[in-house]
Design a protein around this ligand. Structure first.
Ligand code: ADP
Ligand code: MG
Length: 355
């Protein structure tokens, strides 16, 4: 069941919460809505669920226009950040709730609840109460409860947002596995880019009520369409400067930039990810920047190096692969030279240029 959103707009008073938003989640896919707080993610999800109505635009499930259907008729499974389990009901009864409301026979309920608790890996806990569960277990119960009524689509609004980092990490892997087992078209809201990139088939980046970019995690990460996306994806080195005559003069880094051959000088900002910077012991070429190593942190398969340029008062993050790091034998205090393998230059009001 695909989900198609066409030209949705929504205002609260004079405030535009959604401004002409269109997207498609393909049948069986997992789509992440990623954006900072207030960007309209929850409003969009609630309109897709039928919990909120749009001022303009439509929502289709497959070819069926559901814009004016009630949430109940849409048959949506919904999980919120703050688990709304019934505290006075056992895990079993929480999961069974929707089926009891629909007067399903007892034997069917029992079998289905068992299947679902197996699916969310909580078989042994059917008789517990929510207060006897960890946060992660409660969210898995909430998911089992959402799945119990055999929804046509699944909508998750920051389902792991209230949990600590380690549990979030486990649950996002678990969610991906679960999705691969059940193949239910799912839209997953998060403000955490790592979560979106690890879990989703497709990422839609939102900002101020509109879609800034959508694509596969790889596409968005490798080709951020705007400075906002680049910045939001986190941990980038930013250089401010100018472009003119085929050169980008970014303070510390001067780089050939044939995409802008014009004589007229224009402001530009360049972004370089930590893994796109390299370190050498000796100066090389015309565009290496003298820096001092301030921190060295080998973490897993990369070493995270922090360096500082006295001349430009600029701190940079460099990720080196472990081999390169061992070869260089870097220590805090070392004087070294940094260069960029790849730079993305943005000029205000101009499309992206990459070198
Ligand atoms: P997100 O989920 O991305 O944090 P929301 O969709 O919750 O964003 O909210 C987007 C904007 O719309 C926010 O500025 C929020 O204050 C506003 N908003 C959301 N719901 C309402 C409402 N019912 N009434 C007034 N403003 C609202
Ligand atoms: Mg929200």
């Amino acid at each position: 069941m695909s989900i198609v959103v066409k030209n949705l707009s929504k205002q609260f008073g004079s405030f535009k919460a959604l401004d002409d938003v269109s997207l498609e989640a393909q049948s069986g896919s997992l789509l992440a809505l990623l954006g900072p707080s207030g960007s309209g993610k929850t409003t969009l999800l609630r309109i897709i669920a039928g919990l909120e109505s749009a001022d303009r635009g439509s929502v289709l499930y497959e070819a069926e226009d559901v814009t004016h259907q009630s949430p109940k008729d849409r048959q949506v499974g919904f999980v919120f950040q703050h688990y709304a389990l019934f505290r006075h009901m056992s895990v079993f009864e929480n999961v069974a709730f929707g089926m009891r409301v629909r007067n399903r026979p007892g034997a069917e309920i029992k079998q289905r609840v068992q299947e679902l608790l197996h699916l969310v890996r909580l078989e042994g806990l059917a008789q517990r109460y929510p207060s006897q569960l960890s946060g992660g277990q409660r969210q898995r119960v909430a998911l089992a409860r959402a799945l119990a009524v055999q929804p046509r689509i699944l909508l998750l609004d920051e389902p792991f947002g209230a949990l600590d980092a380690k549990v979030r990490q486990e649950l996002r892997q678990w969610l991906r596995q679960l999705h691969d087992e059940i193949h239910l078209t799912t839209i997953f809201v998060t403000h955490d880019q790592e979560e979106a990139f690890e879990v989703a088939d497709r990422v839609v980046v939102m900002r101020g009520g509109h879609i800034e970019q959508s694509g596969s995690p790889q596409e968005v990460f490798d080709h951020p369409a705007t400075p906002f996306v680049m910045d939001f994806l986190g941990n980038v080195n930013v250089f401010h400067g100018r472009v003119e005559n085929g050169m980008a003069m970014l303070g510390a880094l001067n780089i050939a930039y044939p995409e802008y051959p014009h004589a007229e000088s224009r402001d530009a900002t360049a972004y370089v990810r930590p893994h796109e910077l390299d370190i050498e012991r000796f100066p090389f070429g015309t565009s290496s920047l003298e820096v001092r190593v301030t921190q060295v942190n080998p973490a897993g398969s990369v070493a995270k190096i922090r360096v500082f340029s006295e001349q430009f008062g600029l701190a940079l993050n460099v990720d080196l692969n472990l081999e390169r790091y061992i070869e260089l034998q870097l220590k805090p205090g070392d004087q070294v030279y940094v260069s960029a393998r790849r730079v993305r230059v943005f000029m205000p009001n101009a499309p992206e240029y990459s070198i």
